[in-house]
Design a protein around this ligand. Sequence first.
Ligand SMILES: Cc1cc2nc3c(=O)[nH]c(=O)nc-3n(C[C@H](O)[C@H](O)[C@H](O)COP(=O)(O)OP(=O)(O)OC[C@H]3O[C@@H](n4cnc5c(N)ncnc54)[C@H](O)[C@@H]3O)c2cc1C
Length: 400
Amino acid sequence: MAAIFAASAGADTLLLERTRDGGRKILISGGGRCNILPARVDERRFVTDSSPHTLRKILRSWPLAEQIAFFERELHLRLVEEPESAKLFPASNRARDVRDGLLAHAARRGARLHPATRVTGFGPVTAGWRVTREGAEPLDVDAIIVATGGLSVPNTGSDGAGLRMLATLGHVVHPTYAALTPLTAAPAPFVALAGVSLPVTITAGADGRSATATGGFLFTHQGYSGPAVLDVSHIAVRSRAEGGELARLRVRWSGLDAKAWEAALRPEGTRTVGGVLRRELPARLADALAAAADTSPSQPLAQLRKAERQRLVETLVQGELPWNGDEGYRKAEVTGGGISLAEVDPVTLESRRHPGLFICGEVLDAFGPIGGYNFLWAWATGRAAGLGSAGPDADFAVVA
Ligand SMILES: Cc1cc2nc3c(=O)[nH]c(=O)nc-3n(C[C@H](O)[C@H](O)[C@H](O)COP(=O)(O)OP(=O)(O)OC[C@H]3O[C@@H](n4cnc5c(N)ncnc54)[C@H](O)[C@@H]3O)c2cc1C
């Protein structure tokens, strides 16, 4: 996106890409369908250690409606909303169409792709920037855009090298961490439930930080995944990395609140604990939660003592989920932390330390929840940096 807008604004643009084709995260996104954007945006769901005000300012530079129009009109990709998730996908459901469409558009606008080109460093020289490449002569350019991504899923080409190069040039880097990553528990207390999925509300809380998400929850062989778990995982990951107390995870396992469960579990008739729980929850989970609350699924409600009922209700509406690990960058959909937003001009994304250097995408200290938010950020910042780099004097920009 940065190359498209730099070239569109008239800059002679080279796109230096480490892999043979580029855009590999687009290819694997949304399970190969590419959740290209959210259907609606809640800006409060973005996470940053920089100023949330700056984040919003950057994001609003290319509103969602204009981004949708760009993909539909310029790339001729019709976008379709998946109503149950409020996610947008290309109508073809093929991530490849998005990746190929962007590359073709960049080429139409005049950007030249240099694939299989690993940038090993860049630094200011008298009139612009010198970019060093593996196995090739250095390049001298007027401006450089760094769009090298974060640290997650390194076999896509993004391994944090750009972040390290920007740090070397004196930029403030907020500590990075794996975000939108599955959590693990060893020994796995619910291993028998692997494969069970259901909608829940989950809250993760640790020293002054907390996040709550409602959505799909999946038991895995190692622990827990699904959009709701991924969306709060950064709180858990950070608590672990910081070495303090582990974040506490609390789950409301169904749409029923405490009052509704108390009514459902009142001591009447011949019904059993398991019978009532199974009306609202998958059977295997219902039995496991009854056991976690120290009752038996076969226990008749009429014989449930008050304290037992209270314990059961608490387990159902804010049950503590045991965990002690995470899948880290290997599975993380995004990297939290990164270059502080205070280091860039919020309009052009030019480095405040080095004129002629522009920074966009996941390298910056911001990420959003599952649902197309991270591409929203990547597209908005790519466009801003592309336009910024092609300012009045630049006639040659490079995107690494
Ligand atoms: C499995 C998975 C699924 C995802 N699904 C979605 C989704 O459905 N919706 C959504 O919004 N987000 C999704 N994301 C997140 C999204 O893919 C990223 O937020 C987004 O790709 C970040 O864009 P970027 O351009 O900043 O970085 P990247 O997409 O990581 O691109 C960086 C590029 O820079 C290149 N590069 C890195 N270092 C060098 C170097 N030294 N020299 C030359 N080139 C270099 C890399 O090869 C890569 O092509 C998903 C992520 C993953 C891992």
